[in-house]
Write a protein that binds this ligand. Structure first.
Ligand SMILES: NC(=O)c1ccc[n+]([C@@H]2O[C@H](COP(=O)([O-])OP(=O)(O)OC[C@H]3O[C@@H](n4cnc5c(N)ncnc54)[C@H](O)[C@@H]3O)[C@@H](O)[C@H]2O)c1
Length: 346
C-alpha cells in the first residue's frame, strides 16, 4: 500500500512509519513539526526509497490537496494531533484548531481526492483516536465501541469532536473510513513530558518524581509497537465504517507503574537505589479521569490482533531504550514547557 501518515514525526506516528516501511509499504509522512515532533524518530527509514517527508499543516487545505495529488496514497492514516492533556488545559485553542479544524480540513481534502479518483471502495481514511473520549470509569467495567462519549478534558473533547466528524463523513458522503480508539501508549521515542519518560528521566537525574494526586488513577498501558501493528491491521483489514478499541489489557494504578519503573532502575542503576524515595505526590490534574480500561475483544475476535508484550516486558524494554538513547532525550528536554508543571491554570 501507499500510505499517507499524518503526525509521523511524533511518538505513535513514527512507530507506524517505521513498521510500515519495514513491511514494504510506501509512506509519505506529513507533519507540521510542532514542539512534539522529532525527525530523529524516523531517521532509521529516512534513506529508504519507500519513504518521503512533507512538512505541512493539516489545517492547510491547499497543502493537503497538493500532497494528495502528488503522492496518490491508497490510504490516509491520520495521527497528527495536539496530544498532551496538561497543555490542553493551559491552551485549548491549538487543540481545537489542529484536532477539530485540522481533521475537518483533511477530511474535505480526502473527500475531494477520493471523488476525483472515482470513489474507489479500496480507499481508506483511518482516524486514530483515544479511549479518553469515553470519559472515566468507576472501579469496574470496560470501554467498548458502544460506550457513550463523555470527554472531560479539552484534549479528549477535541478528539471526540474529530471522531464525530469522521463518522459523519462516512455516513453522509460515503467516505470509506475506519476508526480506532486506543489506551495509553508507552515505549521508545515517547516525548519527555509524558508520565513514563518523566519517571525514568527524573529518577536517573535524582530529581523528585511527581505523581498526580495519590497515584490512584488507573490506565490500561499498551506498548507503542503493538499499537502500530494494530493500526496497520485495521487500515488493511478493518470493516469500513467500523471502529475498533485497542488496548493492552494491562491495567495499572499510576503509583504501581511508577514503582515498577523505579525497581527496574534499581536493578540497572544500583548506585541511585532505591529510586522510589524520589516519589512526590503533587496537586492533582483538574478533571483527572480516574480509570480507563479497554475491552479489545472486537479487534481480537474479528481481526486476530493481540499485544505481543506484557506491561512488565514492555517497561523493561522502554527503560533500556532510554538508558541507551540519552542524546535523543537530552535534546528534547530543552524544548519549551518540558520539565515544567503544566495544566494548573484553571
Ligand atoms: N499517546 C497516547 O497514549 C495515545 C493514545 C491513544 C491515541 N493517541 C492518538 O494518537 C495520535 C498520535 O499521538 P502521539 O502520542 O504520537 O502524539 P505526539 O504529540 O507525539 O505527535 C503528534 C504529531 O503530530 C504533529 N502535528 C501536530 N499538529 C499538526 C498539524 N496541525 N499538522 C500536521 N502535523 C501536526 C506533531 O508535529 C507531532 O509530530 C494522536 O491523534 C493521539 O490523539 C495517543
Amino acid at each position: 500500500m501507499k500510505l499517507m501518515v499524518t503526525g509521523g514525526a511524533g511518538f505513535i506516528g513514527s512507530a507506524v512509519v517505521r513498521l510500515a516501511v519495514a513491511r514494504g509499504h510506501e509512506v509519505v509522512n506529513v507533519d507540521k513539526l510542532t514542539y512534539a515532533a522529532c525527525l530523529d524518530n524516523v531517521a532509521s527509514v529516512a534513506g529508504s526509497k519507500l519513504y518521503t517527508f512533507e512538512q505541512a499543516d493539516i489545517c492547510d487545505r491547499a497543502a493537503m490537496d497538493r500532497i494528495l495529488a502528488l503522492h496518490q496514497p491508497d490510504a490516509i492514516m491520520h495521527l497528527a494531533a495536539e496530544s498532551h492533556v496538561d497543555r490542553s488545559i493551559d491552551g485549548p485553542g491549538t487543540f481545537i484548531e489542529t484536532n477539530i479544524t485540522g481533521t475537518y480540513t483533511l477530511l474535505e481534502a480526502a473527500r475531494a481526492y477520493w471523488t476525483q479518483a472515482g470513489k474507489p471502495e479500496s480507499f481508506r481514511f483511518h482516524h486514530i483516536s483515544t479511549d479518553e473520549v469515553y470519559g472515566t470509569l468507576g472501579e469496574t467495567g470496560l470501554f467498548t465501541e458502544d460506550t457513550a462519549y463523555a470527554p472531560n478534558s479539552p484534549y479528549s473533547a477535541s478528539k471526540a469532536a474529530s471522531d464525530h466528524l469522521v463518522r459523519a463523513w462516512h455516513e453522509t458522503y460515503g467516505l470509506p473510513v475506519v476508526m480506532t480508539n486506543c489506551s495509553n501508549n508507552y515505549g521508545p521515542y515517547h516525548f519527555p513530558e509524558k508520565l513514563i519518560p518523566v519517571v525514568i528521566l527524573n529518577a536517573l537525574a535524582g530529581k523528585p518524581i511527581p505523581v498526580y494526586g495519590q497515584g490512584e488513577n488507573v490506565r490500561d498501558w499498551l506498548y507503542v509497537e503493538d499499537h502500530a501493528d494494530a493500526l496497520l491491521l485495521v487500515c488493511e483489514k478493518g470493516i469500513v465504517g467500523r471502529s475498533y478499541n485497542v488496548g493492552g489489557t494491562n491495567e495499572r494504578r499510576n503509583i504501581d507503574l511508577v514503582r515498577t519503573i523505579c525497581a527496574l532502575l534499581d536493578d540497572r542503576r544500583p548506585a541511585g537505589a532505591p529510586h522510589d524515595r524520589l516519589i512526590r505526590f503533587v496537586t492533582d490534574r483538574p478533571g483527572h479521569d480516574m480509570r480507563y480500561a479497554i475491552d479489545a475483544s472486537r479487534i481480537r475476535d474479528e481481526l486476530g490482533w493481540q499485544p505481543s508484550v506484557t506491561v512488565e516486558e514492555g517497561l523493561a524494554k522502554t527503560v533500556d531504550w532510554y538508558l541507551e538513547n540519552e542524546d535523543w532525550w537530552r535534546a528534547l528536554q530543552a524544548r519549551e514547557g518540558v520539565g515544567q508543571r503544566l495544566g494548573q491554570k484553571t
